[in-house]
Design a protein around this ligand. Structure first.
Ligand code: ATP
Ligand code: MG
Length: 489
């Protein structure tokens, strides 16, 4: 098999020239070769050379364009540069041995064969020769090419040793199985189940890289089912595996909330590539294990699971070392509000309900609707169509009310500052009460989102509280619109 035609690029020709002159063996290896065979695009290329990867990177970069900036990772003996938007990483061929407490091996220089043997999977051990006499020829010591054809993830060495040495490889196996829709070979699968606890030497950040790649795959459920089945999920993410199972009482069963969540995630993956929206889908029912009840004469309920779930999100994010910023708040918001559009469908939809939903959902309205559409997992096609159609009506209604009342991101027209000024108050609870009353009156449709109407509403409300107006509307507006010179400095 020869790939000379596929790698006929300036960079590869330059490496070929230099290493042939140096009398060094050099190959393209790993993911790039795998993806070339699969016809997938790839944005990073690994070059392995017998000798120093760092020296070779320098020589190649200099010859391509002296301005290229080479980055060095001296402790790993690697160097990298970017050329025409593709990253080239250079490494010297090496032999590895491991000790039990670390996934970082003891490294010594070796041959190309040694280097192929240290690779995680047969499909990642393929190499393409760059030397002139064999340019483009493939070296495939472990039948990786055949495994690509079969769609098989297999380790070059005893998987028990491979996974125990570097347990991250277990997650990589599951991630590749998900991204490529490949099957993990039986021995490797069994070895993963046996080595789950070895994950304790892997940092959470590395685990997250793989979890996020699984979530971003076209069909993420593939990976989560394997994580569950091998016991990894119970080890790294018990809140999710706790959702698995069906209980039957008085001949009534509830659905399996784990597999339901995965179906929702797959549905959502067809609608959006947004990582955090996908996290929201994965976690939307996470509160169900804790809220499950059987009510006589009614059946199974998960009352309040969305609120319990939303309250669980910060703890989950903290333990998993996921970002505790706006991303977390976003996921929490979606989990907490995911039942609201369902209620909008069920009831005769009043404008008040729609306005309250718009106010609470803010910028996340669209994503919430998408999540709810993904949450339809009935196998009955007619039902699915009916629900989707109902959501279409809700979307329309949201649009109409929003255009009319501008509720999304709405700030009550009377601010705390105005209230303080009008009544010459010092900060006190009554200010919040007035603001809240104005907000509710607008959301309930008692008045529109308008300053003058809100002012009159405030006058009446404050009078009932025994407050005396100290400044007129005009005075308040003027005072607030005046530019205060000392604030300008
Ligand atoms: P992708 O870039 O899509 O994540 P990849 O296979 O290129 O996939 P990289 O992390 O870029 O993955 O690694 C490049 C190559 O290095 C792999 O193809 C594999 O040969 C080798 N490799 C990476 N991580 C490991 C590991 N933990 N154990 C053994 N070999 C590894
Ligand atoms: Mg790669």
């Amino acid at each position: 098999m020869n790939f000379a035609h596929d790698i006929d690029k300036k960079v590869f020709r330059t490496i070929s020239e230099i290493t042939t002159t140096n009398q060094q063996k050099a190959y393209i290896i790993g993911g790039f070769v795998r993806d070339l065979v699969l016809g997938r695009p790839s944005k990073d290329v690994d070059i392995v050379v017998e000798g120093s990867g760092i020296k070779l990177a320098d020589q190649v970069a200099k010859s391509l364009n002296p301005n290229i900036k080479v980055s060095y990772f001296k402790s790993y003996g690697t160097a990298m540069f970017k050329y025409k938007n593709i990253e080239y990483e250079f490494v010297g061929a090496r032999k590895e041995s491991y000790n039990r407490d670390s996934r970082n091996p003891i490294v010594e220089s070796g041959t190309i064969q040694d280097d192929q043997l240290r690779r995680d999977f047969t499909i990642n051990a393929l190499a393409i020769n760059l030397n002139k006499d064999a340019f483009g020829e493939i070296t495939d010591p472990f039948d990786g090419f055949l495994d690509i054809e079969k769609g098989l993830i297999r380790t070059p060495q005893d998987p028990q040793v491979t996974f125990s040495d570097d347990p991250l490889r277990m997650l990589r196996a599951i991630r590749f199985a998900t991204q490529l829709n490949f099957r993990i070979d039986d021995d490797a699968y069994a070895a993963i189940s046996k080595n789950v606890e070895r994950l304790k030497i892997i940092t959470q950040e590395r685990i997250n890289v793989e979890l996020n790649k699984i979530l971003l795959a076209p069909k993420p459920s593939i990976g989560f089912k394997i994580l569950y089945d091998t016991g990894i999920l119970a080890y790294i993410f018990p809140e999710l595996s706790d959702l698995q199972g069906v209980e039957i009482k008085n001949e009534m069963a509830h659905k399996d909330n784990f597999f339901h969540s995965l179906r929702v995630l797959d549905n959502l993956a067809e609608m959006s590539d947004d990582l955090w929206l996908r996290w929201s889908a994965l976690l939307h029912d996470v509160g169900k294990a804790r809220t499950k009840r059987f009510l006589d004469g009614h059946g199974w309920t998960f009352h309040g699971h969305e609120f319990v779930g939303a309250r669980m999100v910060p703890g989950i994010f903290k333990r998993l070392k996921l970002p505790l910023n706006q991303k977390m708040k976003y996921v929490q918001k979606l989990v907490g509000l995911h039942m609201r559009p369902i209620i909008l469908v069920e009831d005769v939809v009043t404008d008040t309900a729609v306005r309250r939903f718009l106010f609470d959902a803010g910028d996340e309205v669209e994503d919430l609707m998408t999540l709810c559409e993904a949450d339809i997992t009935s196998k009955n096609h007619e039902k699915v169509q009916k629900y989707l159609n109902n959501y279409k009506i809700v979307r329309q209604k949201l649009k109409t009310v929003e255009e009319k009342d501008r509720i999304r991101n709405f700030q009550p027209p009377i601010t705390g500052e105005m209230i303080i000024m009008a009544y010459e108050l010092s900060p006190s609870k009554v200010i919040g009460d007035i603001k809240k009353a104005i907000k509710n009156a607008i959301l309930d449709g008692e008045m529109s989102n308008d300053f003058d109407e809100a002012w009159d509403f405030m006058l009446e409300f404050a009078q009932n509280q025994g407050l005396k107006l100290k400044k007129t509307k005009k005075e308040v507006i003027e005072a607030l619109s005046q530019v205060k010179p000392e604030d300008d400095r």
